[in-house]
Design a protein around this ligand. Sequence first.
Ligand SMILES: [Zn+2]
Length: 192
Amino acid sequence: MQPEQVLAEFQDTGALLHGHFELRSGLHSDQYFQCALVLQHPRLAERLCSALAGMVRERLGAAYRPGAVISPALGGIPVGHELGRAFNVRAIFAEKQDGRLVMRRAFEVRPGEHFLVAEDVVTRGGRVHEVMNIVRERGGIVDGVAVLVDRSAGHFACERPVIPLLQLAPVTWAPAECPLCRTGQPVQHPGS
Ligand SMILES: [Zn+2]
């Protein structure tokens, strides 16, 4: 899939909106992105993640196949699930407990097992790093990180290859400096 095709899918499903928004951070932006709106369509999620799996193979080798895929809950789960389907391997996840990610449900990381980390959107990558640590603490090996959308604008430092389906660097402003506020365009507060 070409980046323009991916962008068109995000726009058609309402996952990517253009306008004047106040983000959760309090910053204003002309763009709002809600990945769950594209992933709510299973066939589309399958298609996007199949394209992402193709990019992973381009980067890590045509014959590449992880031992399993692991994601941070919640957003990463459908991406991990579809990447697990694409590679025909297990898809497991880590979930929040007392403010940090832990692995529950008797999911297993075997010593020496190779993992692909899957996430929907990466901004600073904190959750991805937590998941990488969970794998390594159990003797697993992280081969790379596959994400649907990289919004980090280069601020996500990772020592393993990061493979995004799409890069989307949002432009944000402090409200006092927002050019859209100056034009009088009403500000929207999209749901988080
Ligand atoms: Zn504004």
